[in-house]
Design a protein around this ligand. Structure first.
Ligand SMILES: Nc1ncnc2c1ncn2[C@@H]1O[C@H](COP(=O)(O)OP(=O)(O)OP(=O)(O)O)[C@@H](O)[C@H]1O
Ligand SMILES: [Mg+2]
Length: 249
């Protein structure tokens, strides 16, 4: 018997942005339950609410309706400070636009979350280098973001997201700037984190090939979940693409 434990529960999540007096409903009531060690991909057209969902789950923003419970903690009810602390300790976020600090080197960007949290400098340094090795970037440790390619910056952002041993890794289009070979090794890295370290992975992607690495693919349309599929592993990209067209259009 495999024991499954609920890591994330999103209930009736809604988000309406107030864009200059014009309300924009980005999420219209999303409910989702994710077990520890599951790998869930989120697909949907541009503007369907994928990043909004990820940001709310990451506690970067507050929902208009509903709740987000991570490891039994309702982050939608936390103060800003509590949410920031919780995110730093339990969640690893890879943003669509990487958000690396331009004045810091790759290694300094990776170690920053641990240093803010009070980890000893040389310990953080050692772990930061290990993580850069994991994403095949140890030779770029001393480079600043403007001296890295887009794909390299993306991999630094992934190393940074892993620095504090997160329970949940949230990645927004993590392979958006990677070539096929690097994209494949990134999906394999996410699979390893899930399999060997029981981390829960949630990744937004528009690539059917990428989605085949997930256990489940959730399809979003106009801020709502319109369907969910089990992709069935490598080699099923055309199946994912066909179901996507059916569900999302
Ligand atoms: N801060 C904001 N203020 C107002 N509207 C916003 C804001 N952020 C997002 N939106 C709107 O909410 C909707 C959902 O945006 P979101 O970024 O979640 O889409 P997405 O699915 O991630 O799209 P993409 O694939 O292009 O990244 C869009 O219509 C967008 O214009
Ligand atoms: Mg987005």
């Amino acid at each position: 018997m495999t024991f499954m434990c609920l890591t994330l529960e999103v209930a009736n999540l809604g988000k309406t942005y107030d864009a200059g007096g014009e309300p924009v409903r980005a999420l219209a009531g999303v409910s989702l339950r994710i077990q520890q060690g599951e790998f869930v991909a989120i697909m949907g057209a541009s503007g369907s609410g994928k990043s909004t969902l990820l940001h709310l789950v990451a506690g970067l923003d507050k929902p208009t309706t509903g709740s987000v419970v991570v490891e039994d903690q309702d982050i939608s009810r936390m103060s800003d400070r509590q949410r920031t602390l919780f995110r730093r300790r339990r969640l690893g976020v890879v943003f669509q636009a990487y958000n690396l600090l331009p004045t810091l080197t790759a290694l300094e960007n990776v170690t920053l979350p641990a240093l803010i949290d009070g980890t000893d400098g040389s310990l953080a340094d050692k772990k930061g280098r290990q993580l850069l090795r994991l994403v095949n970037l140890e030779h770029r440790a001393g480079h600043r973001p403007d001296a890295l390619s887009g794909g390299e910056q993306q991999r630094v952002a992934i190393a940074r997201a892993l620095m504090n041993d997160p329970a949940v890794v949230l990645a927004d289009e993590p392979t958006g700037n990677l070539d096929t070979q690097h994209a494949e090794s990134l999906w394999e890295l996410l699979i390893r984190l899930r399999r060997d370290e029981s981390r829960t992975i949630i990744a937004v992607t528009h690539e059917p090939t990428g989605a085949t690495y997930a256990d489940r693919v959730v399809m979003l349309k106009d801020g709502l979940i319109v369907g969910e599929i089990e992709p069935g592993g490598e080699g099923h990209a055309s199946f994912v693409a066909a179901r996507y067209t059916e569900l999302v259009g």
